[in-house]
Design a protein around this ligand. Structure first.
Ligand code: NAP
Length: 378
């Protein structure tokens, strides 16, 4: 029999649980039974004192996410609240000696030395080493990076990659819940304005196009959040400009992927990040420069076995359209990789396309799995 201490339920503080990532996280935790065996405590920055969600712990009220002593009463804190809250809370909590585990969706701490970027199907060994060395800070990766690595990370781990470019097709959800609404409002506006033309089967395509174009340019087109039409268009800019002309989203592709995999020397990863009118699943088209001419069959076999969620889609039209799209994977943990072929540039050049739900493997799933792993490791 173990000591009483071993049987003490861990007190887990949940912050940011009612946001978009947090809601998906809570759903997944309920489905996986993650609330069994923990004492969940819910925090809010704006609703302290209101009723907390019931996940089987009985009646409880929301605590104030600004109350450091309440936070310090937790053994672990899991936050999806956002970078500003992390920056205003984490340093103070650590400074007052809190040594619990901090699990975070925000990017604020990702590149900090004390933080591990968690993606356990790829870097569980690194996570274990960090835990043994006293690591207490665990941060989820950028959604696009995590999804790319879930699809193609095995190529890097095998040492087959000289460099990689990733051209992304990123969903509205990456910009936040309100942006998802704005995308649908844009679609709605286009549909409403074109309704009479669409209802008439005789309408010429160019007439319909003129109407859509007029809608996109109209002053009443709802684009306050994206700053431009996303529906019926694409936006070749995500996040802020970096000194080298990349955007911060593009910069993350290199630094985070290399940190997650612990690559030494670093493997160059770069490309263009583009917002498209998908709702919650990101896709990306990549070009990989292999270190040598590796047979396509070996590549497919490696990727198919790389994680339980990764699958290789045969390079044919029907399967690509039915299984390799944002519409196909949204709401699932599936990470299909397809369009695999050697490119015209030579036998060391591999083309691929991969897609995944950015709220699941791109955000919530690595966090809930890290929580579970930490609880089971203790
Ligand atoms: P979000 O939906 O904006 O939610 C963040 C917080 O906003 C909530 O926890 C809630 O905090 C507050 N809030 C205010 N009004 C709300 C309302 N009407 N409904 C729900 N919440 C409301 O943020 P998020 O998109 O989940 O992102 C959270 C963090 O995860 C960010 O750091 C983000 O960068 C990171 N992340 C996001 C994604 C993504 O796809 N969106 C992916 C990976 C990582 P209170 O209860 O305290 O008021």
């Amino acid at each position: 029999m173990g000591s009483l201490e071993e049987y003490k339920m861990k007190r887990v503080g949940l912050v940011g649980w009612r946001g978009m990532v947090g809601s998906v996280l809570l759903d997944r935790m309920r489905i996986e039974g993650d609330f069994e065996g923990i004492e969940p405590v819910f925090f809010s920055t704006s609703q302290a004192g209101q009723v907390a969600p019931d996940v089987g712990q009985g009646d409880a009220l929301l605590l104030d996410a600004g109350d450091l002593s309440a936070l310090a009463s937790c053994d672990l804190i899991l936050t999806c609240q956002g970078g500003d809250w992390t920056k205003s809370t984490y340093p103070g909590l650590r400074a007052q000696g809190w040594s619990g585990h901090w699990i975070d969706a925000a990017s604020a701490l990702r590149m900090a030395n004390e933080a591990v970027i968690v993606l356990d199907p790829l870097n569980l060994e690194g996570m274990k080493q960090a835990l043994s060395a006293g690591g207490r800070t665990w941060v989820g990766g950028n959604c696009t990076v995590s999804l790319m690595l879930m699809g193609l990370g095995a190529l890097f781990q095998r040492g087959w990659v000289q460099w990689m470019t990733s051209m992304t097709y990123q969903a509205a959800s990456g910009a936040g819940a309100r942006n998802m609404r704005e995308l649908v409002a844009q679609m709605n506006k286009i549909g409403d304005d074109a309704k009479s033309l669409l209802d008439d089967p005789a309408t010429a395509a160019l007439t319909l196009d003129s109407q859509v174009s007029a809608s996109l340019k109209s002053r009443t087109f709802p684009a306050a959040l994206f700053g431009a039409p996303l529906a019926a268009s694409v936006l070749p800019w995500i996040d802020t400009l970096q000194p080298d002309g990349s955007t911060r989203e593009e910069w993350k592709g290199h630094v985070e992927a290399n940190k997650i995999l612990g690559l030494q020397p670093e493997v160059p990863i770069d490309g263009l990040c583009v917002r498209v009118g998908a709702m919650r699943s990101h896709a990306q088209a990549v070009t990989v420069k292999l270190n040598r001419d590796i047979p396509l069959a070996d590549i497919e076999a490696l990727l198919a076995e790389s994680t339980p969620w990764t699958s290789v889609i045969p390079n044919d039209k029907a399967q690509s359209l039915s299984r390799l799209t944002p519409a196909a994977v949204s709401g699932t943990l599936d990470i299909p990789v397809g369009r695999l072929r050697k490119l015209r540039m030579g036998p060391e050049f591999l083309g691929a396309f991969t897609v995944g739900d950015q709220l699941l493997w791109g955000a919530a799933e690595p966090l809930r799995r890290t929580l579970r792993w930490l609880l089971e490791s203790n």
